[in-house]
Write a protein that binds this ligand. Structure first.
Ligand SMILES: Cc1cc2nc3c(=O)[nH]c(=O)nc-3n(C[C@H](O)[C@H](O)[C@H](O)COP(=O)(O)O)c2cc1C
Length: 178
């Protein structure tokens, strides 16, 4: 089941459709243990996580934006990725690395995942100055005062039929070897 690094980056695709099978707590713990080893600016280790598996709470979370978050309702587990803002100005970058670790570790244990952005995003696409997704989440989740929220990562076994082919990527000019 476990894949080597190159296999897993080749296989990973954002997963927005999940089977009803709930991942064991031990599998989620393995992912989170790996995530805690992620590098961080000056080893500040500012990332914090809320692991949510209550379907009603996940359903409420899926309504945080009117674009790009509705699919979360079908996810058996969602990890909210937060960071302590006072410890470093790079807390959001630390969070992004943490979220990436979650996604790669998930792939390694056979789970699909998708990043759902929170930070700086309004609930309604057409009302950028209106209520923010993060403000909404704070009304029902125990998000520490000192933390900002970067994203949620939806996790679960894939609900797609069979393997999904990776799209052919045009990488022309993205890397120059000098
Ligand atoms: C910073 C960031 C924000 C993203 N936000 C969302 C999101 O809000 N909703 C969503 O469905 N996917 C989101 N994604 C997933 C991307 O759409 C996806 O990674 C991209 O289309 C490439 O597809 P792949 O992950 O299958 O390679 C986000 C990914 C990143 C890295």
């Amino acid at each position: 089941m476990e894949k080597n690094f190159f296999e897993l980056v080749e296989k990973r695709r954002s997963c927005r459709k999940f089977s009803e099978q709930k991942p064991d707590r031990a599998v989620i713990e393995q992912i989170m243990e790996a995530t805690l080893t992620a590098p961080s600016s000056k080893n500040t280790r500012t990332s914090r996580f809320l692991v949510i598996d209550d379907p009603k709470t996940i359903a409420r979370m899926s309504e945080m934006r009117d674009y790009g978050s509705a699919f979360m309702v079908g996810a058996p587990v969602v990890v909210l990725v937060m960071g302590v803002k006072s410890a470093t100005d790079l807390w959001e970058i630390n969070c992004a690395i943490s979220a990436t670790y979650i996604q790669l570790a998930a792939e390694a244990v056979g789970l699909g995942s998708c990043w759902v952005h929170v930070g700086g995003r309004p609930r309604l696409k057409d009302e950028p100055q209106g209520e923010q997704a993060e403000e909404y989440l704070r009304t029902f989740l125990p998000i520490p005062e000192e933390c900002g929220v970067v994203c949620a990562v939806a996790l679960g076994y894939s609900g797609y039929d069979g393997e999904r082919a990776k799209p052919i990527l045009n990488n022309d000019g993205m890397v120059r070897y000098l």
